[in-house]
Design a protein around this ligand. Structure first.
Ligand code: PGA
Length: 250
């Protein structure tokens, strides 16, 4: 059985002390919560990983990116091995902000995925279409290309370390959520793609998250859909109370 996950993506927000306080508040709330039906992850800036790791135990840690090279003369980059050495379990890869602002290509993401897995990290792999692509009706193709191009070289054992996050770009930070039906349609499509490549068992076992203006008020409706296994949360992960409102929506 696949697991439900709610993961925060803090993006470029909070100083280290602010981030530690936020992580501490989330950990305390998770600890106090009766029986959570999901794994809780915080995705934090590189600078915060070690300090945040020190204040969490039930809550899992993710980085928001890693380099597409193993090591060496890449000034300013942070390798998958470095991320893993902080105690992080996950890395978020392929976020649309990285693809869009930092020109991350399908090929680069394939390298990043391989380096993450070979360093023992699990990957939260983001995919999703822009508004223009949705209007043009190419959203299924966009998602198929992103997933096939960066992930389908993996074998089934490697693929078991992948969490998919469907994030329609038009819903990220805009307040405009995909309807639960729109999200479910894509999630079912993604699960079908995975079944075609890896078989139904692997497809059924893969966690597929929704991301894009997910908040306490809409999380329950989204998570009630059969193929939506949780969320990747941006803005609403920056306040422990809002984030916990989503975590407890299952
Ligand atoms: P949002 O961001 O929740 O602020 O829309 C989601 C994401 O980009 O992961």
């Amino acid at each position: 059985m696949r697991k439900n996950i709610v993961a925060g993506n803090w993006k470029m927000n909070t100083t280290v002390p602010e981030g530690v306080a936020l992580a501490h508040a989330v950990e305390a709330a998770v600890f106090a919560a009766p029986e959570l039906k999901c794994e809780v992850i915080v995705g934090v800036p590189f600078t915060h990983l070690t300090a945040v790791k020190n204040v969490i135990s039930k809550v899992k840690l993710a980085a928001e990116n890693c380099a597409d090279h193993k090591s060496g003369a890449y000034t300013g980059e942070v390798s998958a091995a470095m991320v893993a050495s902080t105690g992080a379990e996950y890395v978020i890869l392929g976020h649309s902000e990285r693809r869009g602002y930092y020109n991350e290509t399908i090929e680069m993401l394939k390298e990043k995925v391989d380096l993450a897995l070979s360093n023992g990290l699990k990957v939260i792999f983001c995919c999703g279409e822009s508004l223009d692509e949705r209007k043009a009706g190419t959203h299924f193709d966009v998602i198929k290309n992103e997933i096939e191009g960066s992930l389908f070289h993996l074998n089934a054992e490697e693929f078991a370390k992948i969490v998919i996050a469907y994030e329609p770009i038009w819903a990220i930070g805009t307040g405009e959520t995909a309807t639960a039906e729109q999200a479910q349609e894509i999630h079912a499509f993604i699960r079908g793609l995975l079944a075609g490549k890896y078989g139904t068992q692997v497809a059924d076992d893969t966690t597929i998250l929704y991301g894009g203006s997910c908040k306490p008020s809409n999380a329950a409706e989204l998570f009630a859909k059969p193929d939506i296994d949780g969320g990747l949360i941006g803005g609403a992960s920056l306040k422990a109370e809002d984030f916990m409102g989503i975590v407890t929506a299952f």
